[in-house]
Design a protein around this ligand. Structure first.
Ligand code: SF4
Length: 167
């Protein structure tokens, strides 16, 4: 403990990242911060969270939370870069955990519809298939739900605060 202000020296360095999705888990997180920010900021260093901060740093993360699926090679590269900078990676929400609903187009069986979406795929450099997170990088934990299950998210955060000896 810090003898001056009574807060732990080591904080959990986290990043929060969003890919192809509706970002409702991010909205849930901001709602959680309404009640938990004072407690969490003593324990957690929010190093990267673009929805809330303009200055972000994704280097040397303890835990990266990733919501959304990968719909392009560019997004896959970004996910791999996050993985390389984080000790643990957590999939947040159904789109990251299972791919769905963001990966719905993978299941289209209508040939005419599939031909139409080829324009979008080419124009916006999308991949032929939308991928869930663990098809792109190794994932250490999963917080399912659409949006994420809040209790499970809190349990997972607590788990990693304990893994790093912070609580
Ligand atoms: S899992 Fe549901 S709430 Fe979360 S990003 Fe996907 S569609 Fe939105």
């Amino acid at each position: 403990m810090d003898s001056v202000n009574n807060t732990p020296k080591k904080k959990l360095a986290i990043g929060w990242f969003s890919f192809t999705c509706c970002e409702d888990s991010t909205i849930l997180l901001t709602e959680l911060l309404n009640q938990n920010l004072d407690a969490w900021k003593k324990l957690v260093d929010f190093k990267y969270i673009r929805q809330l901060k303009t200055k972000n740093d994704m280097s040397n993360l303890d835990v990266a939370f990733i919501e959304g699926a990968a719909s392009s090679k560019k997004q896959e590269n970004e996910m791999q870069s996050i993985r390389a900078n984080a000790k643990y990676v957590i999939a947040i929400g159904s789109c990251a955990v299972t791919g769905l609903p963001s990966a719905t187009r993978n299941q289209f069986v209508d040939i005419e519809l599939n031909e139409k979406i080829q324009w979008y795929i080419k124009t916006f450099s999308y991949g032929q298939k939308v991928k869930k997170l663990d098809e792109v990088v190794k994932v250490d934990d999963y917080v399912a739900g659409c949006p994420m299950n809040v209790d499970l998210f809190k349990q997972t955060l607590d788990k990693y605060l304990k893994v790093f000896g912070i609580i």
